[in-house]
Design a protein around this ligand. Structure first.
Ligand code: HEM
Length: 209
């Protein structure tokens, strides 16, 4: 019988502080790749039957046409779902979510937003998230779960009709799917901008220290 042990060590005595354990970094970059593929192929799928009065430029879409985009979307879906499930299971098993993302208090969020707006938010200890980060990271995990569930409900609206009904029907689920995509894109823009503006955090995410 094998035992799965998950380590969430943040400090290695020899090398100093480790910001993100290796398994988190591996899953983060796998997720980043899967997300980019899902977003670009999703935009091509959208173009075939737009929900709004605009289309995405062909230069930023993946799959060339509806059929090709759906193939990309469903291929990357497995990467996203398998990686996401392992991430959630290890995150809970290692107690990482509880330790890094909780508690989130309204007072803490308000005070950190104020500190950020007045450029007083400290970034010296990257192993600890501030309240805004906690809220955004916890929020984006929830959005990630909702986009997968809404995606499944529009993929299999007959087999998973209870799920489609939970979203308020196929049409609503499509809008939910699109809104989640927009939130993820907005998150990525802010996330990448901050990683570039706070160079230590980019380094931490890529090489771990
Ligand atoms: C495992 C998860 C997912 C499944 C099963 C899935 C499934 C689908 C399906 C079946 C469609 C076609 C909808 C239609 O025919 O109108 C679609 C569209 C789309 N997907 Fe996903 N998807 C998933 C995850 C994602 C993710 C992670 C993103 C982006 C972050 C994304 C972005 C989009 C976009 C932008 C569209 C076009 C929206 C529309 O016009 O309806 N999807 N998805």
């Amino acid at each position: 019988m094998s035992t799965l042990t998950v380590s969430d060590q943040h400090v290695t005595p020899a090398a100093g502080k480790v910001i993100q354990p290796a398994w988190v970094r591996a899953m983060h970059w796998t997720n980043a790749l899967a997300m980019v593929l899902m977003i670009m192929s999703g935009w091509q799928i959208y173009n075939a039957s737009p929900l709004f009065n605009f289309r995405f430029s062909h230069s930023i879409t993946l799959g060339d046409w509806l059929g090709g985009a759906l193939l990309w979307h469903f291929a990357a879906m497995w990467l996203l779902m398998v990686n996401g499930l392992i991430y959630l299971i290890t995150g809970f098993a290692a107690g990482r979510f509880a330790k890094k993302l909780l508690p989130i208090t309204p007072a803490g969020v308000i005070s950190d937003v104020k500190a950020a707006l007045t450029f007083k938010l400290a970034h010296d200890d990257l192993t600890r998230y501030n309240y805004v980060q906690k809220l955004l990271y916890a929020g984006i995990i929830v959005v990630g779960i909702v986009i997968v569930l809404s995606g499944l409900s529009i993929w299999k609206p007959v087999q998973l009709q209870w799920l489609t009904a939970l979203f308020g029907g196929y049409d609503v689920a499509r809008y939910v799917h699109f809104i989640c995509m927009s939130l993820i894109v907005a998150f990525i823009v802010v996330h990448v901008a901050l990683a570039v503006l706070v160079p230590k955090s980019l380094r931490a995410m890529i090489i771990g220290r």
